[in-house]
Design a protein around this ligand. Structure first.
Ligand SMILES: NC(=O)c1ccc[n+]([C@@H]2O[C@H](COP(=O)([O-])OP(=O)(O)OC[C@H]3O[C@@H](n4cnc5c(N)ncnc54)[C@H](OP(=O)(O)O)[C@@H]3O)[C@@H](O)[C@H]2O)c1
Length: 264
């Protein structure tokens, strides 16, 4: 695995023949990430819990000549994560260039009303799964052939660093994910694995479809760009961070939020 920096511009801004695992690729941000990485030439494997939806996505990607394979996995279940990584190992001949820990869930509930199940479900899905999948991917990422090293991207949220009432457990998972990003970046730099996070602001997906329109209006008024983001606007940043062009970037959590977190 070569250190980047000397390649041509085409090589620095390419993912040709890279291999990637994106969790939660059947919808929303994950779907856009799969399309963007595959569009840049990567072979991508993705998962979700719904077999029929995944197969429909796979067909659509095939029609667009994108190289995407799929398998069902509930990332909150340890044994299913192990099975997923074994599938990835076989699919990509023991080499992985990119892991995107994207699958996640949100819950909007006052902290005083949250149950033990609410807590463990979000912790397992949003945090433990990202940690364990990173562990499982580590030996494969060490064989990454992409210039600049293998990459892990953790899909975080601005809710991991600023407080929105009613989303305490979600916020804890994302805050911890940000620290996971920094710790793994430090530990695995010598293995030539870069680890970065994206802290997204509100992005138009199913996850926020039930948010009160008045609340969203208020959010827009606090956001310099005055709107929610689109999944592809997150996906383009993910692609950049995985490219050789980003070979000196590690341990960062980049806010992509229309300026929401810098606004007074
Ligand atoms: N949308 C936003 O405003 C926003 C803002 C900040 C951060 N984010 C983060 O971005 C990521 C993607 O969110 P999104 O808005 O794209 O959500 P989404 O539209 O609800 O899509 C979530 C994806 O993850 C999959 N998924 C959920 N739970 C899973 C599980 N246990 N195992 C496997 N797959 C699972 C879903 O498929 P199945 O349900 O069929 O399994 C789906 O493919 C999440 O980590 C979220 O926290 C989103």
């Amino acid at each position: 695995m070569a250190v980047a920096g000397c390649g041509s511009r085409e090589e620095r801004w390419s993912l040709a023949d890279a291999t990637a695992l994106v969790t939660g690729g059947s919808k929303g941000i994950g779907y856009a990430i799969v399309e963007e990485l595959a569009g840049f030439g990567a072979r991508v494997h993705t998962c979700s819990r719904n077999a029929a939806e995944l197969e429909e996505c796979r067909r659509r990607w095939e029609q667009k000549n994108l190289r995407v394979t799929v398998s069902v996995c509930d990332v909150s279940v340890r044994a299913e994560r192990e099975k997923l990584m074994e599938t990835v190992r076989q699919t990509f001949d023991s080499k992985l260039d990119i892991l995107v820990n994207n699958a996640g869930q949100f819950s909007f509930k006052p902290a005083a009303e949250c149950t033990a199940d609410d807590f463990s479900n979000l912790m397992t899905t949003n945090l433990e799964a990202s940690f364990h999948l990173s562990q499982l991917a580590h030996p494969l990422l060490m064989h990454a052939s992409i210039s600049g090293g293998g990459s892990i991207i953790n899909m975080s949220s601005i809710g991991g660093s600023i407080a929105f009432a009613g989303s305490t457990i979600y916020a804890i998972t994302k805050g911890a994910l940000n620290q996971l990003t920094r710790n793994l970046a430090t530990e695995w730099a010598t293995d030539m694995i870069r680890v970065n996070g994206i802290a997204a602001g509100f992005v138009t997906t199913d996850m926020i479809k039930d948010v009160d329109p008045e609340y969203m209006k208020e959010e827009h008024s606090k956001t310099p760009l005055g709107r929610t983001g689109k999944p592809v606007e997150i996906a383009s940043a993910v692609s950049f961070l995985c490219m050789p062009a980003a070979s000196f970037i590690t341990g960062q959590v980049i806010c992509i939020d229309g300026g929401r977190t810098i606004s007074a």
